[in-house]
Ligand binder design. Structure first.
Ligand SMILES: Nc1ncnc2c1ncn2[C@@H]1O[C@H](COP(=O)(O)OP(=O)(O)OP(=O)(O)O)[C@@H](O)[C@H]1O
Ligand SMILES: [Mg+2]
Length: 629
């Protein structure tokens, strides 16, 4: 048996056998067929080649039989030469066929990966923000990588392997039976002697592989976390080097131990396979030799049988676990389809209305909102499918976070939201940009319910700057162009100047072309917020939703941010989650949010005079800022 089929057999035997009990979602097969349809011509050619190749395997041994019986034993040199050339020709043909096969399977497979991956990416992108807060990024990325690749393997390796093994098995068995049914039977009798232990070793390997994956993930997670800037900083300031090392060592040791056990088990598997083939060959020569002496079979047949035997066990072991192989491939498809079937929580209406041109007012009318308990697939949630974490999340979402809020921001007005941490300010503001849909009540922008217009239109007209504004790992220029793709160089600098960020960018090593963000040049919190404000200015929305940074800046950056804010808010309807005294002072309306309700509203002086929650917040939250000083 060749070592590639040995590997394939081992992979197959060590697959998780529990998939056999898995019930596929209805329609999975039909959808797989629909995916295959555009590739049906290359698939047909590929199938024909696989069948031909599988059948060709039995040919060289039969040619060898003729070579010996009709050439060597009769002394016919020309027959020997012709048949040897034929054997060579078959070998070359097989090589050529395998090349064309591989080319076709790669084209079909990679094409399928490309299609599935793009489809999953585009679909995931359409999900609401709730989906992303609940999904584990790693699990999501793995859907795009391993499951998509697993699904394409169903087409190329699994289906082709099953077909090729089946054809080879039939061809080889037929040839052997014709040559000597006694020896064929003998060769088959020993098969269970291998398959039964192989299943056990396979189960063991499957468990080891699962364990290895888990251990490696632990190790990887540890490194990613400790080597990330935030984690490294924590270790530098709080960590104990010895303790860190010993924890790492114990995880690395676990990986080592699993590796040793896996190596041993797979060697047992291979040794068993090789021994079986060798023993069977000895048996064929032993019994066949007897039969040849008594004239029951010819010497050529004996040689041919031994050669055929070498091609018999590969397909048998390959097919022994076929059910698990096919199910594993189909489950990958199912997991991909599962993501594609997820209906986004926030959807565009069938006939979206345009928002009126010019300034827009914002009105919330008796809005109630609850975070949905489940906004993603269980298998994408932290903790995995049905894990303890999934259960722990069940309880959330029972209680509304926004409980009957009504407020109106006239066109061009600034409404400040203030309140204790966790009061629901960020949540309330996010409803204006329709990041979530309300349970009841309505959010209207320019008199249009946000559910009646398109999300693209909302994105154009409602600008959002979050508390910890994000910049992509890309150049400053690319980050700004994300606000408006067709902005000119002049526009960029004008926006940066208005946001008081032009000096910052000029000071960067490569100016606008400096890479910033996660692994690029680090901007300070205040600098980042100003670049984000420049991005907002480029988009020039009619409504601004702004979560002011809570971090206290020194008075100079504070002034720069304040000026940037004034530039961003002028002439725009603004909902500002305020953390600065200057913002609340100049706001047209202050809404004090407490436990999901607006408990006080008015202007700064009136609210301070009233001596309620605002007056308290004013003392504790706003009075120690640098502006107040
Ligand atoms: N994605 C989420 N899923 C479930 N609950 C959430 C989610 N985000 C926030 N919450 C809960 O909603 C409540 C309000 O949170 P929110 O972020 O709106 O408060 P906040 O007023 O902005 O607070 P802070 O001033 O600290 O930013 C909190 O109790 C929080 O735990
Ligand atoms: Mg908040």
């Amino acid at each position: 048996m060749s070592s590639t089929s040995g590997w394939a057999a081992m992979r197959s035997f060590s697959r998780d056998g529990s998939v056999r009990e898995h019930r596929l979602a209805p329609g999975t097969l039909r959808r797989v067929a629909a995916l295959a349809r555009p590739h049906r011509r290359p698939l047909a050619v590929f199938t024909a080649l696989v069948v031909l190749d599988g059948a060709l395997v039995a040919v060289p041994p039969l040619l060898l039989r003729h070579l010996i019986d009709d050439g060597v034993r009769t002394g016919d040199r020309s027959t020997v030469v012709v048949l040897a050339l034929l054997v060579a020709a078959v070998a070359l043909a097989e090589a050529g066929l395998s090349l064309v096969q591989r080319w076709l399977s790669a084209r079909i497979g990679e094409g399928l990966i490309y299609e599935l991956r793009s489809a999953v990416f585009e679909h995931v992108q359409r999900q609401s923000i709730g989906f992303f807060t609940r999904s584990q990024t790693g699990a999501l990325v793995s859907r795009l990588n391993s499951d998509v690749v697993g699904a394409q393997q169903a087409f190329t390796s699994t289906a082709a392997g099953v077909l090729s093994n089946a054809v080879t098995l039939v061809a080889v068995l037929t040839a052997m039976l014709v040559l000597s049914w006694q020896i064929t039977l003998l060769a088959l009798v020993v098969v269970p002697a291998f398959l039964l232990p192989a299943r056990r070793v396979g189960r063991r390997l499957a468990a080891l592989r699962r364990e290895a994956m888990q251990r490696n993930a632990d190790l990887g997670e540890r490194m990613t976390e400790r080597f990330g800037v935030a984690g490294a900083l924590l270790v530098k300031t709080y960590g104990d080097d010895g303790e860190e090392s010993s924890q790492f060592r114990s995880r690395a040791a676990a990986v080592r131990d699993v590796g040793v056990r896996t190596a041993l088990s797979s060697r047992v598997f291979f040794a068993g396979l090789t021994a079986l083939a060798a023993l069977a060959t000895a048996m064929v020569y032993g019994v066949g030799g007897w039969l040849a002496i008594s004239g029951a079979v010819t010497t050529g047949s004996l040689v041919a049988l031994a050669a055929l035997l070498a091609r018999l066990y590969g397909p048998i072991t390959g097919l022994a676990n076929v059910q698990v192989d096919v199910m594993t491939a189909l489950v990958s498809f199912e997991r991909v389809f599962e993501v594609l079937d997820l209906v986004p929580a926030v959807r565009d209406p069938e006939h979206p209305r345009a928002l009126p041109a010019g300034p827009l007012d914002v009105e919330l009318d008796d809005v109630v909102f609850t975070y949905p308990a489940v906004s993603t697939l269980a298998s994408l949630q932290a903790g995995g499918a049905g894990g303890p974490a999934a259960d722990a999340l069940e309880g959330t979402g029972e209680r509304p976070v926004v409980r009957g809020v009504s407020l109106h921001a006239g066109a061009g007005q600034v409404v400040a939201l203030v309140g204790r941490s966790g009061a629901g300010k960020t949540t309330l503001a996010s409803l204006v940009a329709r990041l979530h849909d309300v349970d009841s009540g309505s959010v209207r922008v320019g008199g249009v319910d946000v559910r009646e217009t398109s999300q693209a239109e909302l994105r154009r007209r409602v600008g959002v700057v979050s508390q910890d504004a994000h910049l992509f790992h890309d150049t400053v220029r690319a980050n700004l162009l994300y606000g408006r793709a067709d902005a000119s160089e002049g526009d960029l600098w004008a926006a940066l100047a208005a946001a008081r960020a032009d000096g910052v960018v000029r000071g960067l090593p490569e100016g606008l072309d400096t890479v910033v963000g996660e692994r690029g040049h680090r901007l300070s919190g205040g600098e980042k917020q100003r670049v984000a404000l420049a991005r907002l200015l480029l988009r020039a929305p009619s409504v601004v939703v702004l979560d002011e940074a809570t971090a206290h800046l020194d008075s100079e950056s504070e002034r720069a941010v304040q000026e940037a804010l004034d530039a961003a808010l002028v002439g725009r309807t603004s909902i500002v989650i305020a953390h600065r005294l200057s913002t609340v002072r100049s706001a047209d309306l202050i809404c004090v949010v407490d436990d999901g309700r607006v408990v006080e509203r008015g202007r700064h002086e009136d609210l301070v005079a009233r001596g309620g929650l605002y007056a308290e917040l004013h003392r504790t939250q706003f009075s120690d800022g640098p502006v107040a000083a």
